[in-house]
Design a protein around this ligand. Structure first.
Ligand SMILES: Cc1ncc(COP(=O)(O)O)c(C=O)c1O
Length: 497
């Protein structure tokens, strides 16, 4: 406790107490006043000592943990990490409260959109795109037809007629499956979670693309799995490297988004897809294919899903309806290889018993009436307009030394600042101009800093895209002019093990 007498918190400062506390403890760690593996005081004790709320200490400790300065041992407390000194270096700058709060919110999949903000951060469709009237009619029809039945518990596997129709719907996408392999889920996020719950044990390895979807990172972390990061490139992944990783790390699963990946927008070539399936079969690797935007295909005929090519039954396919229909439905489905059906069903049952019966029934009717084809066509037109304006604006306005590679569909664009510049720093500069985006570091386990950022077209209107990219480009130019917006230590993305 003696060393902690060096901590001084100033209540008159316009800075949260927890960030002051974080900065003070971090300085003590960096200066080796507190040694590696030394235990930090218990939360209540430190809170009493500093005369602050317990929550202040909890927030400071979890911030230190997220930056790898400390680690927690369940039941024992919080200890100082033994990472080499240079691992701290990139984080020497003090944390700016407001930008930090925004980034934390995004990390939990949320963003505060202020008035007049042009929102390239959200990957959720703008609300006027939702098929509200069509859905109102099917809801009414279901209530008239099924009455109280619509409000009972539904089977955990899902409403049978919906599963039956999904098998038919999938024929349109070249996927041949059976009703018993279709598992209804309350959104793709739940799909990832129940697969992890069913198939992973604490300490198991999972291969993820690097960068990858934050919600998947959070799920694998929550299950105590370790992520082996396989870099994604414009046309897919390096299969030789994957094979090396499979041999070395014996992963239980691989999590992929082969079409229009989140966050990069990159897609696997057909050759990579088929070779990946061969490799998975040879090595007995289970692949999770997260299909959140294959439908939004603008410029390729190579957007077949892995599942449609999966002759060996190694792929668990996850389909979200959030980007093409409505995220608030909380509805999606899995296609599970028959050998894993039971484990997945039990995991689903213990998560939420079943997905809402009312919503499943209404969506079933919506599909059966054929309205979905019309709606997908409509969404394609809307998104393609936004996509084309985005490509044109990025090509025109992004300053020199800033790169992006044009995806062939989907909603995400991955923009790279000049080597070594931090997109987190750009975030503070761009919110001053009312532009929101997602800093790239969030898409890597361990919250590294990155010179990349993700821009999404789902939540912006066509008229705002051009002006938004112009303003963002001004912010980038301003960052390039400032020395202190550089990442102090260049991040290298190695497997975290
Ligand atoms: C790649 C990916 N998977 C899953 C999800 C979650 O989807 P859902 O709303 O269906 O849970 C998202 C949401 O953005 C996503 O981008």
């Amino acid at each position: 406790m003696d060393k902690l007498k060096k901590i001084s918190l100033d209540r008159d400062l316009d800075e949260h107490l927890y960030t002051q506390l974080y900065n003070s403890i971090r300085d003590l760690i960096i200066n080796k006043d507190i040694k590696p593996h030394e235990k930090l005081p218990p939360i209540r004790k430190l809170a009493d000592f500093l005369d602050v709320n317990n929550i202040t200490v909890v927030k400071a400790y979890s911030l230190l943990e997220s930056k790898n300065y400390v680690y927690k041992k369940i039941g024992s407390g919080t200890f100082v990490s033994s990472i080499e000194e240079d691992n701290y270096v990139r984080d020497l700058e003090r944390i700016d409260d407001e930008a930090y709060e925004d980034i934390r919110l995004m990390d939990r999949g949320q963003i505060e959109v202020r008035e007049n903000m042009i929102n390239f951060a959200s990957a959720t469709p703008t609300p006027e795109l939702f098929p509200v009237d069509d859905f109102k009619h099917v809801l009414n029809d279901v209530l008239d037809r099924d009455k109280g039945m619509a409000f009972g518990y539904q089977e955990s596997k899902g409403y049978f007629p919906l599963r039956e129709y999904i098998v038919e719907y999938l024929e349109f996408y070249g996927i041949d499956t059976l009703i018993e392999n279709v598992q209804i889920i309350s959104g793709a996020q739940q799909g990832i979670d129940i697969i992890a719950k069913a198939l992973l044990k604490h300490g198991d390895n999972v291969i993820v693309e690097s960068p990858t979807y934050t919600g998947a990172i959070a799920t694998f972390q929550s299950r105590g799995a370790k992520m082996v990061q396989l870099p994604i490139q414009e046309n897919g992944i390096d299969l030789n490297l994957l094979e090396t990783y499979i041999d070395k790390y014996k992963p239980k699963l691989m999590y992929t988004m082969p079409n229009f990946q989140n966050p990069t927008g990159y897609s696997y070539s057909m050759k990579t897809k088929s070779e990946l399936l061969e490799l998975a079969n040879k090595k007995g690797l289970i692949i999770i294919e997260d299909d959140f935007s294959t439908d939004l295909n603008f410029y390729t005929n190579e957007n077949a899903t892995l599942k449609s090519m999966d002759k060996y039954e190694n792929v668990i396919y996850i389909k979200s309806f959030s980007k093409i229909f409505m995220p608030g439905l909380r509805l999606g489905f899995l296609i599970v290889p028959i050998s894993l059906n039971n484990e997945i069903l039990i995991a689903k049952q213990t998560s939420d018993i079943s997905t809402s019966g009312l919503i499943q029934r209404a969506f079933d009717l919506y599909l059966r009436k054929g309205i979905w084809r019309k709606h997908i066509k409509y969404m394609n037109e809307i998104y393609k307009e936004r996509f084309d304006i985005m490509v044109d604006s990025l090509e025109r306005y992004l300053p020199e030394r800033t790169i992006f590679s044009k995806p062939l569909g989907g909603i995400n664009f991955w923009v790279g600042l000049d080597e070594g510049f931090s997109s987190k720093e750009l975030y503070s500069e761009s919110i001053n101009r009312n532009i929101a985006f997602v800093p790239g570091g969030i898409f890597y386990p361990g919250e590294v800093d990155s010179n990349f950022l993700r821009l999404s077209i789902a939540g912006v209107y066509p008229d705002d895209i051009k002006v938004g990219i112009q303003r963002l480009s001004q912010a980038i130019t301003k960052c390039y002019g400032k020395k202190d917006t550089r990442i102090q230590k260049k991040s290298t993305y190695r497997p975290i093990l």
